[in-house]
Design a protein around this ligand. Structure first.
Ligand code: NAD
Ligand code: MG
Length: 386
């Protein structure tokens, strides 16, 4: 029996994780659940999974959650302290880090310090503080399992191989909803168009990141840290069918890839049950039903965010944290209808232009760089308008 905390249980990854857990009650038990704003769903999850601890992101929501849970045997907490308590609960063995954005940083770091294994969905953690996180993972001797489908694919393709034998890591990308939209039309696409992802059903922020291809940029940085591979060896191939989830090329010319129907339950289950495999209900892959699998290079003139992510990781130090913060603000402003789609890349680029990278020695310094990036990006958005 593995005891699990889910940070972000009401999100897309959180809900899929609970589906796997409910299908295998003999293997997994929920210790703690945390949510942002969706109290109704959190209460339903508390009733179904009977966690010892439940946390809501804002302290202001604690009284209401307590009221909704009256009569239930659960400790209700709130705020960052609550998230940390959930992440470090004594009986927890694995923490599923599925909060979106830099908000996942502090509780995930606390979980590592409390020697919990991590199933990492929250890629922003590695983007903002990759070197510090990988140092913490080594220092506290925990295991870090990727949940992101591409990184799970690489993890599965790398097992049993030596790091120095890797020639290239090839991340696949669906290309998102605007793959065949002419660049000249991108400035007028709507929020609805951008949320209409062809292959994956995900939270709003990552869906917009997929439309701008910043998601792939964040994943390049995530792969750089997870697999300790220089960024020059990490390539992106557009693969619209999303069947090959990523590949590793070795020095002998052999390429190992992982394939499957696009469904996050597969990589989540692999992280939860590693090194075993458990049933997921994911539709079996029938390659004969495809007329062809296609691959091509991304258009970095059109998808400027991808180039910005390579620029950020090459600059290093505080630049990826600032880029990530600017992206979070720009995506939120776009979702609120306050800036147009192409302004997302523009906001990030202008924020990065204004930043002089400096070394980050602690999570506190990462949070300061994050705050600087947010404030600068907010100003730039205000200036620019729609
Ligand atoms: P989501 O928006 O559906 O869910 C996010 C979860 O975090 C929710 O439970 C929400 O309540 C909680 N949350 C949001 N802001 C918070 C805050 N400030 N404090 C505490 N909790 C907060 O997002 P998602 O699609 O499930 O993605 C979660 C993470 O996983 C992201 O980092 C994303 O990049 C990554 N990821 C997602 C997918 C996917 O298929 N959805 C795939 C790969 C990676
Ligand atoms: Mg991914």
């Amino acid at each position: 029996m593995k005891n699990i905390t889910i940070l972000g249980s009401t999100g897309s990854i959180g809900v899929s994780t609970l589906e796997i857990i409910s299908a295998h009650p003999d293997r997994f038990r929920v210790v703690a659940l945390t949510a942002g704003k969706n109290l109704e769903l959190l209460v339903r999850q508390i009733k179904q999974f009977a966690p010892r601890i439940a946390v809501v992101a804002s302290q202001d929501d604690v009284p209401r959650l307590k009221e909704l849970c009256s009569g239930l045997d659960v400790t209700i907490l709130g705020g960052v302290e609550g998230l940390i308590a959930a992440a470090t609960a004594d009986e927890t063995e694995m923490v599923v880090a599925a909060i979106v954005g830099a908000a996942g940083l502090v509780p995930t770091a606390a979980a590592i310090r409390a020697r919990k294994d991590i199933a990492l969905a929250n890629k922003e953690t590695l983007v903002t503080a990759g070197h510090l996180f990988m140092d913490l993972v080594a220092e506290f001797g925990v295991r870090l399992f990727p949940v992101d489908s591409e990184h799970s694919a690489i993890f599965q393709s790398i097992e049993g191989h030596r790091n120095e034998d890797i020639q290239k890591i090839i991340l696949t990308a669906s290309g998102g909803p605007f793959l065949s939209t002419p660049a000249s039309q991108l400035s007028t696409v709507t929020v609805r168009d951008a949320l209409n992802h062809p292959n994956w059903n995900m939270g709003k922020k990552i869906t917009i990141d997929s439309a701008t291809m910043m998601n792939k940029g964040l994943e390049v940085i995530e792969a750089r840290w997870l697999f300790n591979t220089p960024v020059e060896k990490i390539l992106v191939n557009i693969h619209p069918q999303s069947i090959i989830h990523s590949m590793v090329e070795y020095v002998d010319g052999c390429v190992i890839a992982q394939l499957g129907t696009p469904d996050m339950k597969a990589p989540i289950a692999y992280a939860l049950a590693y090194p075993e495999r458990v049933t997921t209900g994911v539709r079996p892959l029938d390659l004969t039903s495809f007329s062809g699998l296609t691959f091509f290079n991304p258009d970095i003139e059109k998808f400027r965010c991808l180039g910005l992510a390579y620029r950020a990781i090459s600059a290093g130090e505080s630049m990826p944290a600032v880029m990530n913060a600017a992206n979070e603000i720009a995506v939120a402003e776009f979702l609120e209808g306050r800036i147009g789609f192409t302004r997302i890349a523009e906001t990030i680029e202008r924020t990065m232009d204004a930043h002089t990278p400096h070394h980050l020695r602690s999570i506190d310094e990462v949070l300061k760089a994050d705050l600087w990036g947010r404030e600068s990006a907010r100003e730039i958005c205000k200036e620019m308008g729609y």
